[in-house]
Design a protein around this ligand. Structure first.
Ligand SMILES: [Zn+2]
Length: 313
């Protein structure tokens, strides 16, 4: 397990918790505090990681001793499996995220890893991506409160806007905007120096979400994975999505299968981003959106394809 995670003080009671290098499961989180009130943006993939983060926050500010409010940006486990450590807080997510909550619970991750040795290349890939996390014995802790579209909160004197921008990365993605400090926590709408993975789409919504982040004119942007950024990070993700959408579309129109398209697309400079094999998931999701009539590859086939792509480097 990596130990280079750190809490960054962004000033005005706002903190980002960053887990380099941002690869599979190494998500970022954050804290907004004012006047003794606190809002935690996301928990982490397992309890030891989440506990270490909460300890760092409590060392940094008394407001974090009692977390009042948690916002889960979406339902992927690396942003919510640690919720049981803050289960007495008000836990907020979009309705769509709450509905997606139980689809890949910790028990499924634990079972998948337990069976990984029998799964060949896909199993090797799963172990490399997820084998360091502790998925056993996690108590499901879903949101206690949901909203649609937008929810305005007050943390001390700070206005905090929860803005639903999904479906995009997942079905219910939410970004958190603190206008007074020009800070945005984007959840997995932004991956920086790493490859975005589109589980849900439609891609147009995700492109719009990037442009919405730019339009809010933030000074500091905390991505779901990777280092702190600003509007340039949002534009880079937007441009990746446009490129991959267009390249996938050409191959769809030419009659290539999703698998063939994923193997054929040249990523150019984007191949330097971590986990570039996620092109496989992105193409499968885009093909579904294009109305592909062939049966889509199942999850195991998709992981096999990612294993194959990651071997190609
Ligand atoms: Zn994530």
């Amino acid at each position: 397990m990596r130990h280079d995670a750190r809490l960054e003080d962004l000033g005005h009671g706002i903190y980002a918790y960053l887990q380099p290098d941002g690869s599979w499961g190494l998500s970022n989180a954050g804290l907004v505090s004012d006047g003794g009130d606190s809002l935690l943006v996301d928990t982490l993939y397992d309890l030891p990681l989440t506990q270490r983060m909460l300890d760092a926050m409590r060392d940094a500010t008394p407001a974090a001793r009692q977390i009042d409010t948690v916002v889960n940006t979406h339902a992927n486990g690396d942003h919510c499996f640690g919720n049981q450590l803050v289960s007495d807080a008000r836990i907020i997510a979009s309705t769509a995220t709450a509905e997606e909550w139980d689809e890949v619970p910790p028990t499924v991750m634990a079972a998948m890893l337990a069976g990984a040795d029998q799964m060949g290349a896909a199993g090797e890939f799963l172990k490399r991506a997820f084998g360091d996390y502790q998925f056993e014995g996690l108590a499901p802790t879903p949101p206690s409160e949901t909203f649609d579209g937008r929810l305005d909160l007050r943390i001390g004197d700070l206005a905090v806007e929860l803005i639903e921008v999904g479906p995009a990365h997942t079905r219910g993605d939410v970004i958190i905007h603190v206008p007074e400090t020009r800070t945005i926590f984007t959840g997995d709408i932004l991956f920086i120096d790493g490859t975005p993975i589109m589980w849900e789409g439609p891609v147009a919504n995700w492109i719009d979400a990037c442009e919405r982040i730019v339009a809010l004119d933030p000074e500091v942007v905390v991505p779901g994975h990777g280092p702190l950024t600003d509007t340039r990070g949002a534009l880079a993700v937007r441009d990746y999505l446009i490129y991959v959408r267009d390249e996938a579309r050409k191959r769809f129109d030419a009659g290539l299968s999703a698998r063939e398209a994923a193997l054929d697309i040249r990523l150019g400079d984007y191949s330097a981003w971590l986990d570039s094999e996620r092109i496989a998931v992105n193409v499968v999701t885009l093909y579904r959106e294009f109305g592909d009539t062939q049966a889509p590859p199942g999850p195991m086939e998709t992981f096999e394809l990612m294993a194959e792509l990651s071997r190609q480097g």
